[in-house]
Design a binder for this molecule. Sequence first.
Ligand code: SD4
Length: 329
Amino acid sequence: MISRRPFLKKSLLATVGVLAAPWLSRAGSKTNNFVPGEKKSGQPLVISTWKHGLAANAKAMDVIRAGGSVLDAVEQGVMVTEADPESRSVGLGGLPDRDGKVTLDACIMDDQGNCGSVCFLEDIVHPVAVARLVMEKTPHVMLAGEGALQFALEQGFKRENLLTEKSRVDWEKWKKKAKYDPEVNIENHDTIGMIAIDEGGDMAAACTTSGMAYKLRGRVGDSPIIGAGLFVDGDVGAAVATGHGEYVMRTLGSFLIVELMRNGHSPQQACEEAVSRIIKKYGKDKRIQIGYLAVNLSGEYGAYSIRKGFNYALAGKDENVLVDAGCLL
Ligand code: SD4
């Protein structure tokens, strides 16, 4: 059996009874138990960032249990978070930019290398669904701003005001000082990145966010950038990111993790290495937080962040639990 000790040393299992779940033993392995290109997950697994991932995972797992594809699962899973006005960093109710506009970034990718993305999109509750149509109905990967909105409207999406009263009031309060001071470690207040793998080893991932609160107008983060906020390679596995996107973009974090797994790292080791590289390069003194999740073709997974506070939702066939990730600092 794969040893769990390195993982357990650094992380707390947040729910009683989790240790009984056999699929959890696939966490934190320091050995890589997959052969590139060989699919052998055996059992479905859905993993996603932060507490809001619990509801999203539940939906994704319903889709998989009903025989749906992993692509449908991740899309419909993260749409739960996009539609929830209480998730203040995703979709409806997301905190706005400095000018009071909610602007959304999202992407989706399957294990055949197909991917679609939208960024700086306004007035559409489900950017991930638009991203999927970019992937399926256009020869492009990414649409931005006005063009993305135009495409969404052409595809039948409806325009909606995404700035809820709660987010408007918070923005008005913020404007009094107008200090740009991103906080990314607040539960239920961050990007959702999700990876799903089914029994046959098919894999897909999605990522969706309103980005850093009170960002400069026009700012786009890592979340819609294929290779930064998310990456899937059908021969290896997948990774997703959350946190200060500028550092994920500077290090192309998700692509890096997948390449590390290709070269022999376990998902846990790969997440740890990607986090250490950020700290080596950009220093410990900044208030940056990044969290990564990764899954390989065998359904082994890893999670790691720069500092304390990052948690993730993990669902197997019968369980769906919140777990605190290990961290470097
Ligand atoms: C961004 N990565 O726009 C996103 C924000 C986020 O946790 O994930 N916060 O930079």
